[in-house]
Design a protein around this ligand. Structure first.
Ligand SMILES: NC(=O)c1ccc[n+]([C@@H]2O[C@H](COP(=O)([O-])OP(=O)(O)OC[C@H]3O[C@@H](n4cnc5c(N)ncnc54)[C@H](OP(=O)(O)O)[C@@H]3O)[C@@H](O)[C@H]2O)c1
Length: 316
């Protein structure tokens, strides 16, 4: 029987690396994994882990693929010797956290280019063949930050919101072709993502005003607290990818955690947006923030956060 050919972007670390290893070492030996990396000199950890896990020969191949570069995508496609990709995993992504005016030159373009335009480029390259063959699965690494926006993550959330629209639109049409697109909505996952944030955490903070810097500090405290509570291991998330991959008729969305469902539901239950904005503001900054920048007490503010029964998401 033909193996299922899987091509994954962003396999130098994190979710992509773990998914590639999991599939390549699957006891069924039913997957051929093309693990792609922006920079092949970063393939050491993947190859070492593949060896340690005893991935059978021929189960895993690495290819250079930069989602910002259409030529590199086309070149990688020609290296797929089976001549088809059954499962495309659009996973490559970059984060950007901080006040909008503190972002480095180029950081906004870079994040939108990788997270949104990069996903579009991958789909443009691989979808036509799936449609022609009337078969194929597309798994996109999404984020709860694509379903509910978080302060100081405006551009990252914009990119992930855009990915939601992209996939939802395609899902409606692709049903006709027997091709399924699924977004794997992740909460915080323990990966190299925070270390690889564009411009580092916060960016150029002296470009912004003191009140915004103070709010950013509060956000960071909130974040540290929430990361301790909510972060998942990549292997947990990989299981969700497998669920989508095995489903006879995959759904549009799968969630790595239900922790953020109350806030997501709140967002959609009051379409004016007011309830969501108020709840998140209260959670992150505390209700005293509305009294003004001077004299607010962050400790009390955090103590008041929690009425929705779920912690707020992290920047990822
Ligand atoms: N970690 C989380 O908490 C979390 C939560 C929700 C969603 N996500 C999403 O999960 C996905 C994977 O992130 P991760 O958490 O596994 O973080 P990660 O370890 O930083 O992995 C991101 C991967 O994307 C790659 N990448 C970046 N720019 C690229 C480009 N131009 N072309 C190809 N690959 C590129 C990185 O490669 P380099 O090493 O070469 O830069 C890296 O391999 C992202 O889409 C992210 O938005 C993560």
């Amino acid at each position: 029987m033909d193996r299922t050919v899987v091509l994954i972007t962003g396999c130098s670390s994190g979710i992509g690396l773990h998914l590639a290893l999991h599939l390549a070492s699957d006891p069924s030996q039913s997957f051929k994994v093309y693990a792609t990396l922006r920079d092949l000199t970063a393939q050491g950890p993947l190859l070492e882990a593949a060896q340690a896990r005893g991935c059978p020969p021929g189960s895993l191949e690495t290819l250079q693929l930069d989602v910002r570069d259409a030529d590199s995508i086309a070149a990688a496609r020609t290296r797929v010797t089976e001549g088809r990709v059954d499962v495309l995993v659009c996973n490559a992504g970059r984060g950007l956290v901080g006040p909008l005016e503190a972002h480095n030159e180029g950081a906004v373009d870079s994040v939108l280019d990788v997270n949104l335009a990069g996903t579009v480029r991958m789909l443009q390259a691989f979808l036509p063949d799936m449609k022609r063959r009337r078969s194929g699965r597309i798994l996109v690494t999404g984020s709860v930050g694509g379903l509910m926006a978080l302060p100081f993550n405006a551009v990252y959330c914009a990119s992930k919101f855009a990915v939601e629209g992209l996939c939802e639109s395609l899902a409606v049409m692709l049903q006709r072709f027997g091709v399924y697109v699924s977004v794997i909505e992740c909460g915080p996952v323990r990966t190299a993502f925070p270390e690889k944030l564009e411009g580092g955490l916060g960016g150029i903070l002296d470009r912004t005003d003191p009140e915004t810097r103070d709010l950013f500090s509060r956000y960071r405290r909130h974040l540290e607290h929430m990361l301790v509570e909510a972060t998942q291991d990549p292997e947990e998330v990989v299981e969700v990818f497998l669920q989508a991959l095995r489903a006879p008729r995959p759904a549009l969305r799968y969630f790595s955690t239900e922790r953020f469902h109350p806030l997501i539901k709140l967002r959609f239950s009051d379409l004016s947006g007011s309830s969501y904005v108020a709840a998140v503001h209260q959670r992150v900054f505390g209700d005293q923030a509305t009294e003004g920048f001077e004299g607010t007490d962050c400790g009390e503010a955090e103590a008041g956060a929690g009425e929705l029964g779920a912690p707020l998401a992290t920047p990822q």
